[in-house]
Design a protein around this ligand. Structure first.
Ligand code: CMP
Length: 138
C-alpha cells in the first residue's frame, strides 16, 4: 500500500505536550489519520521495532528513550505517503532539518527527535503490522 505510512510521536514530544501541534502539522500536510493509539513501549517492543539499528552505537540509548514514556502511533494515508510524511517531518538531525518541518521546530536532538516516519513502502507495511492488527486498519 503505497498510500500509507506509520508515524510515531516520540516520548520527548508527548512529554512536552506537543502531540496536538504535531497532529495539526500532519493534518495540514494533507494526511488522513486511519488509526491512532497511545502506547508505552516495553524495552522488548522498542528493541524489536528498531532491530534494524541493533549494531549502531546509539541502539541501547534509543531503546531506553523509546521505552521511557508513552508515545502516539499513527497510521496515515495520503498519495505517496512515505515520501510526503518525510517532507513534513524533516531530517533525522533537527539541526539539518528544513525550516517549517516538525523536527526543526520541535525536536531536542538527533535521538529525541519528536517523530518517526517510515523510510520506505516496504518498512511502512512492516511497521504498521508491528502495531496494528489487520482487522484494526481495514
Ligand atoms: P527515527 O526516524 O525513528 O529512526 C531511527 C532513530 O534512531 C532516529 O529517528 C533517531 O531517534 C535515532 N538516531 C538516528 N541516528 C542517531 C544518532 N547518530 N545518534 C543518536 N540517535 C540516532
Amino acid at each position: 500500500m503505497t498510500n500509507r505510512t506509520l508515524a510515531i510521536i516520540k516520548p520527548d514530544a508527548v512529554k512536552k505536550m506537543l502531540t496536538g501541534k504535531i497532529i495539526d502539522r500532519i493534518l495540514k500536510g494533507g494526511f488522513a489519520i486511519i488509526h491512532m493509539k497511545q502506547i508505552h513501549l516495553t524495552k522488548k517492543q522498542a528493541e524489536g521495532f528498531y532491530a534494524i539499528h541493533r549494531d549502531k552505537p546509539f541502539y541501547n540509548d534509543l531503546v531506553a528513550f523509546m521505552s521511557s514514556a508513552p508515545c502516539i502511533v499513527l497510521v496515515l494515508k495520503k498519495e505517496n505517503a512515505v515520501d510526503e510524511l518525510r517532507k513534513v517531518i524533516g531530517a533525522t538531525n533537527p539541526d539539518l532539518a528544513d525550516e517549517g518541518t516538525i523536527r526543526k521546530d520541535f525536536a531536542d536532538n538527533i535521538q529525541n527527535n519528536a517523530i518517526h516516519g517510515s523510510d520506505s513502502n516496504e518498512n511502512a507495511i512492516k511497521e504498521i503490522a508491528f502495531f496494528f492488527s489487520t482487522s484494526e486498519i481495514l
